[in-house]
Design a binder for this molecule. Structure first.
Ligand SMILES: N[C@@H](CCC(=O)N[C@@H](CS)C(=O)NCC(=O)O)C(=O)O
Length: 264
């Protein structure tokens, strides 16, 4: 390993994950160079804890700083961004609105989109293996299925997979897609008008488990065909919603390679 590589900030991630991709996309759009260390599912909890994190990923280690959640990583990326590549508006009032928007979407929306996908995944270890092993250490790929079999109740508890919350999730997702659709209804190109940035990144990343991007996602993403018909149909419906179609477009056109933030 070269000295340059060893000194790069390290991002601990899972291959497929809305919060992890929010972190990655923010860093890349702000022009921030980092080395990704992908972990297998469940082992990511240990990797995070071992480095003093909260047992979640993404987690960014810069040498002198430890950022333990996706929003903190996005803000850090913005602070380090060169002029004209900021991902957050720099005007204080607009920035405050952007922060509220991020908080809203990483909260109830992200939790609901993730919960919908995970209703079915804990019982389908081969699908988990297919999508959560690309780029992870070989020993982790081997250990993951065994851990998943015993750890299923932990996963279900961590994601709040109760009947009540699973029933509420599609309603919440639709409600928020409708609100985003309203914001887009004047024909604007990006969620904040002409400027590509944090609104687009956080919305598309949080929508990703619901729409399952076909283009632009940096690793293979699970698709409708991986689920029972009831959920496959819901994904197809979300893709047809104007806000869902917008999320798909953000991935296809602005994710890989990541479009630079467009705030001065
Ligand atoms: N608020 C955190 C949430 C991150 C998160 O929930 N990450 C998941 C993967 S998508 C995780 O690591 N979950 C493990 C756990 O909660 O035990 C953030 O924004 O980074």
């Amino acid at each position: 390993m070269s000295t340059a590589t060893a000194q790069k900030p390290t991002l601990i991630t899972l291959p497929v994950s809305l919060y992890n991709d929010f972190g990655r996309w923010s860093l890349e759009s702000a022009g921030f160079d980092y080395e990704e260390r992908r972990q297998a599912l469940m082992l990511h909890v240990f990797a995070s804890r071992l480095k003093g994190g909260e047992g979640t990923t993404p987690m960014l280690l810069t040498g002198d700083q430890k950022l333990t959640n996706s929003t903190a990583i996005a803000e850090y990326a913005d602070a380090a961004a060169p002029a004209a590549a900021h991902i957050y508006p720099q005007d204080p009032a607009e920035r405050a609105e952007a922060r509220e928007f991020v908080e809203w979407l990483t909260g109830e929306f992200g939790e609901a989109t993730r919960r919908m996908a995970w209703e079915f995944l804990p019982d389908d270890v081969p699908t988990i293996e297919r999508y959560w092993t690309p780029g992870v250490p070989g020993w982790q790929a081997k250990a993951m299925p065994v851990l998943l079999k015993t750890g299923k109740p932990i996963v279900k508890r961590a994601l709040g997979l109760t009947e009540e919350k699973l029933t509420a999730a599609p309603i919440k997702v639709t409600e928020i897609l409708d609100k985003i659709g309203e914001r887009l209804s004047d024909g604007r190109r990006f969620l904040n008008g002409d400027f590509f940035g944090i609104h687009d990144i956080v919305f598309a990343a949080m929508a990703s488990p619901a729409v399952c991007p076909t283009d632009g996602y940096p690793v293979p993403h699970f698709q409708p065909e991986d689920f029972p018909a009831v959920h496959a149909d819901r994904i197809r419906g979300f893709r047809e919603h104007p806000a869902g179609a917008f999320a798909m477009r953000m991935y296809a056109e602005n994710r890989t390679p990541a479009t630079r933030g467009s705030y001065a």
